[in-house]
Design a protein around this ligand. Structure first.
Ligand code: GLU
Length: 288
């Protein structure tokens, strides 16, 4: 484990190559780390295999390298770290903070309806606590976290740590990894903001230190939707230094970097460009 005062990370899911949105997140988190003379790790979040695209990790790695966004230490793959997640889960089970649940989505929806909860589109299903006090464990079952925080209970309820198909959830894996890797600063997209209270709560249950969070504004498309694979966001081109610079310039503009040297037609080499960007970012941080 690397130890330093500032340890950041970029944690892409390999569901496709980097697009303008994910590059802006990568650049923002890289700059934040470098501007603090910190270290920056790369973690591939490939737990939900059915959603992963074979080879996407290699593409992301190649795109980051072409853009000069170098990371420190070895690249970690979540798929190789499941023993850590299981041991955190065991700890929560042993201390009765996690319980087994066999509810289907349909059963949860029905339970919510009977509680007078109106069904809304795209709404995260709040878990109504059905299996909280059941003693029997019948596999296959999901494992949920017993949530006693009032706000969280109202919004998400007892959330899942390991699904019934055995896949550890993003919430558990990200919290365990950030803690075991010693991450001090998490800089990521605003789309993850509503996950942060759940993660902080889980950190507390596991006795982990809370990192600092910063959520970056999302890059939106012409329909005001977040760029994503679902909205068919295009991969950034990193096949030449000119294309890398173009992609970096767009990301820098989105992040509000204002040094005009960054936007010159023939902005110099990528490495020089990044140096200027760090300088610019430091100046912005100082003025805040
Ligand atoms: N893997 C997540 C994603 O690509 C990001 C996780 C995080 O930064 O916490 O959306």
């Amino acid at each position: 484990m690397l130890t330093c005062n500032y340890l950041g990370r970029f944690a892409p899911s390999p569901t496709g190559a980097l697009h303008a949105g994910s590059l802006a997140t990568a650049l923002g988190s890289w700059l934040h780390a470098r501007a603090h003379n910190g270290k920056w790790l790369l973690r591939i979040e490939d737990l939900d295999l059915p959603r992963c695209i074979p080879g996407a990790d290699k593409m992301i790695i190649q795109q980051l390298m072409a853009c000069g966004l170098e990371w420190d230490g070895d690249i970690e793959y979540q798929s190789k770290r499941t023993a850590f997640y299981q041991s955190a889960l065991n700890e929560l089970i042993n201390s009765q903070k996690s319980f087994a649940c066999r509810c289907t989505r349909k059963q949860i929806e029905d339970a919510l309806l009977s509680l007078g909860h109106k069904k809304q589109r795209h709404e995260e299903l709040m878990y109504p606590g059905t299996c909280r006090d059941k003693k029997d464990i019948v596999e296959p079952c999901a494992w949920r976290l017993r949530v006693d925080d009032e706000d969280l209970r109202k919004t998400v309820g007892d959330f899942v740590l390991r699904r019934a198909d055995g896949i550890f959830t993003y919430q558990l894996a990200v919290v365990v990894d950030d803690a075991l890797q010693g991450i001090t600063h998490i800089v990521r997209g605003a789309d993850l903001l509503d996950n942060t209270p759940r993660q902080i709560y889980l950190q507390k249950q596991l006795g982990y230190k809370q990192p600092q969070y910063l959520h970056l504004p999302l890059v939106l498309d012409e329909n005001n939707e977040k760029l994503s694979k679902q909205t068919l966001a295009k991969a950034i081109h990193t096949d030449s230094p000119e294309n890398c610079l173009k992609a970096l310039q767009a990301a820098a503009k989105h992040l509000g970097l204002n040094d005009e040297r960054l936007y010159q037609e023939n902005a110099s080499r990528v490495s020089k460009w990044l140096e200027i960007a760090i300088e610019n970012y430091r100046a912005i941080l100082k003025s805040e």
